[in-house]
Design a protein around this ligand. Sequence first.
Ligand SMILES: Nc1nc2c(ncn2[C@@H]2O[C@H](COP(=O)(O)OP(=O)(O)OP(=O)(O)O)[C@@H](O)[C@H]2O)c(=O)[nH]1
Ligand SMILES: [Mg+2]
Length: 450
Amino acid sequence: MIYDDTIVALASAPGTGAISVIRLSGPKAIEIAETLCRRSLTPRTATLGTIYDENAKQIDTGLFIAFPGPHSFTGEHVCEFQGHGGSVVSQAVIHECLRLGAVPANPGQFSERAFLNGKIDLIQAEAISDLIHATTLQAVRAANQSLNGLFSNSIERLVDEIIALRVHIEAHLDFPDEDIAPAELQTLGSQIETALNNAQSLQHSARQGLILNSGLKIVLLGPPNAGKSSLLNCLAQQAVAIVTDVPGTTRDLIQHTLNLDGLQILFVDTAGIRATTDVIESEGIRRALQATRDADIVMCLFDHQCRIIDDAWIENLISSDDITHLPILLVQNKLDLDATPAVNKTNHPLCQISAQTRAGITDLLQQIKQIIGLDQEYVTPFIARERHIYQLSNAIEHLEAAHSIPCHLDYLDVIAEELRLSHFALQEMTGTFHSDDLLGQIFSTFCIGK
Ligand SMILES: Nc1nc2c(ncn2[C@@H]2O[C@H](COP(=O)(O)OP(=O)(O)OP(=O)(O)O)[C@@H](O)[C@H]2O)c(=O)[nH]1
Ligand SMILES: [Mg+2]
């Protein structure tokens, strides 16, 4: 136990409801609860009690449950009070807790204490918040897997592989007189390669976990009248955007979120791209192009009048000759008018659809899943965040560096250093090694009471 203060917060959602849950954690948690209800509490057993204020006026009646540390969520003494779900009544209960010596909890402080007391690691703590904020059932399942330690265990296995390598190499560096046989060096090299492969496949799963967590952003881009707004309406199954045969109808960004087999997709309809002197349309086009910058997929739409699609056509549309980093999906619309496919001279996949008749829409959605690697019957085992991808990439970079160095006696110290840096990056993911800044950043995004 690290803290000598006892924190209190409303753990259920603020506002009016049937029941509210108020949570206390810290050395005085049970003492405060017992003072409040004037009874002694049996661990992990619900006890009915009435709370009175300092003037002996009744505030609320409800259930108290005490979880003596270390067998509690935070590892400290924890007590929960389930009372009537009104904001004034729960604030009055919290006020009494504060009067008896508790202090208000910061956002995420209960989870932070659970982490600092070794009850969960950082990835599990993040999974709690991700579970609460999950918008699809798949995301809920994935968050539960992370909470159960699946992601952390995969990282720990990778850490063990790297530790074994470091021990081997650093033992030799400490005792250089002991020779390492060439065959042994070769084995070391292939073990580094195995660790690198494992890290890369973990990163692949983590990317899918990130997509499940934060969803996808798909921007519909194309010349005027290609049918972008019609496609948005077709996907949304409602008239979200105005559709006319007047080129330049859409000006603002129009967004609609769709749940595709558990994947949250934000579709963004944009102004048709063309040369214009109209101030409003120019602003619309500027916003359209800006929206592509953080898109996960840019859908380039055109109709049957475009016969040849090449990289120059896309570069012209996106006003950039650097389109290599963008995942692009070419979509030929108005299949009902002309089913002849355009000549695709690019390396990007092309789908033919009709936003009017819905022909080809199932294939289009399948193609989206394929682009992001979720086309098979996918089981993403865990949920992930940008932070994990960043630190995993960091670990992979150092493993790649270690792997690129010839496994020769002269270079063992450089390899050892790269392995050490990779090891640290992985430890930062689980929080075994962390800076206070990192913790502050993570837990500040949590709800109060969590
Ligand atoms: N036959 C046919 N017409 C379509 C189809 N999709 C769109 N259209 C028509 O094409 C015209 C333009 O459609 P929009 O959806 O407004 O096109 P847009 O790309 O949003 O156009 P801007 O907003 O001007 O950039 C409308 O008259 C639509 O009815 C299609 O699949 N088949
Ligand atoms: Mg439009």
